[in-house]
Design a protein around this ligand. Sequence first.
Ligand SMILES: [Zn+2]
Length: 57
Amino acid sequence: MASFRCADIGMSCGFEVKGAKDANEVMEIAAAHAKNSHGISSPPPDLVAKLKAAIKA
Ligand SMILES: [Zn+2]
């Protein structure tokens, strides 16, 4: 199981992903959330790197 919290990458946001099957699924869910909730349609590489580092698998 993999998990991620938006707060872990410095967002003031209560969003979290829990129970995803792996990091790839977390990335998909987080990308959809970033677009819908943060208006980030294509995350810059540094943000993607931060996000990957914050995923707990
Ligand atoms: Zn968020």
